[in-house]
Design a protein around this ligand. Structure first.
Ligand SMILES: Cc1cc2nc3c(=O)[nH]c(=O)nc-3n(C[C@H](O)[C@H](O)[C@H](O)COP(=O)(O)O)c2cc1C
Length: 319
């Protein structure tokens, strides 16, 4: 399935692994890139030296292109981290939560593309005007920090606004090839997938996370400020319900992040060896597609399935 996105990224398939903090570490990123998709490290939960180690670990496992996602909402170390990812050989810098105006020139001077996560049309327009090379239109269905506009209405509106200038990638609630086919029909050039890739053997995860995803139903998520202070879609539990009833106990971003980590309720970035994780308190980010996850599937196989299923779905429409 060749698109403007595959041409721009230099990959075979228009399937991008979301740069999920705490989840998208080297094993998962390399598996997706090796399978012909585009792997993206989620560096928001990494220290700067750890990010460099993770980039090197990806490069040890694959010669194919990959990216790094950083939270622009953490400006103190952004420029240094961008310089490091450029130096270490990533081919795309993905900016989560904000437009990285200061970093774009440096990336372009070194042949690195810049992508921007967008939850509204005006974010996408501003990103393209600032010089971003592609935009990821993320609907409210998405796991993690998220906005209010749903993927189905957001993607075509972003396409109408900016697809004449840059490729548009659809995100939020996409868990299989039917979602990829739908994204293509809406005018997107590919998909950016998070939650589905957590349920893989290669994903890093805190204890109980993958099991909780496999048990969850379509209505198991809620948008809550209880973990970071910003709206984040997570699995509903006692911690989210408590903070829904006591909004006065929720601090602003990033103070609430410190509060939930300090209270032992958020272990994003930890691995299976972490202790003291209680699923009724723990922040498990997940999108609304979570009800469709029934088993762990190797990431490379998922990439192949996405493309085969999308081809079949699009062919069926023509019959
Ligand atoms: C565990 C988790 C962590 C995430 N961390 C980040 C992040 O650090 N930066 C970012 O831009 N997006 C982050 N996201 C959002 C994803 O990039 C992506 O847009 C989202 O997962 C897509 O929706 P889906 O989960 O329904 O596939 C995260 C999502 C999840 C589930």
């Amino acid at each position: 399935m060749r698109t403007r996105l595959t041409d721009l990224l230099g990959v075979e398939h228009p399937v991008m692994l979301a740069g999920m903090g705490g989840v998208s570490y080297h094993a998962l990123v390399a598996a997706v890139s090796e399978a012909g998709g585009f792997g993206c490290l989620g560096a928001s939960t990494m220290s700067s030296p750890q990010m460099v180690d993770e980039i090197r670990a990806v490069r040890d496992r694959t010669t194919r292109p990959f990216g790094v996602d950083l939270l622009t909402a953490m400006p103190d170390r952004l420029l240094d981290d961008v310089a490091a990812l450029v130096r270490e050989g990533a081919s795309v810098f993905v900016a989560g939560l904000g437009i990285p105006c200061d970093a774009i020139e440096h990336c372009h001077a070194h042949g690195v593309l810049v992508a921007s996560m967008c939850g509204k049309v005006r974010h996408a327009v501003a990103a393209v005007e600032a010089g971003c090379d592609l935009v990821i239109a993320q609907g409210t269905e998405a796991g993690g920090h998220t906005g209010l506009v749903a993927t189905l209405p957001l993607v075509p509106q972003v396409v109408d606004a900016v697809a004449g200038r840059v490729p548009v990638v659809a995100a939020g609630g996409i868990v299989d090839g039917r979602g990829l086919a739908a994204a293509r029909v809406l005018g997107a050039d590919g998909v950016w997938v998070g939650t589905r890739f957590i349920a893989t053997p290669e994903a890093r995860s805190a204890p109980g996370y993958k099991d909780a995803l496999l048990r969850a139903t379509d209505d198991a998520t809620v948008i809550s400020r209880a973990y970071s202070g910003k709206p984040m879609r997570v699995l509903r539990n006692r911690w989210t319900e408590h903070h829904e009833q006591h909004p006065d106990e929720v601090a602003r971003f990033p103070a609430q992040l410190g509060a939930s980590i300090g209270a032992g309720a958020f272990h994003l970035g930890a691995d299976e060896t972490a202790t003291g994780v209680d699923p009724e308190r723990e922040g498990y980010p997940a999108g609304q597609g979570v009800g469709a996850l029934h088993d762990l599937v190797p990431a490379g196989e998922l990439v192949a399935r996405f493309v085969a299923e999308a081809d079949a779905a699009l062919a069926a429409l023509r019959d």
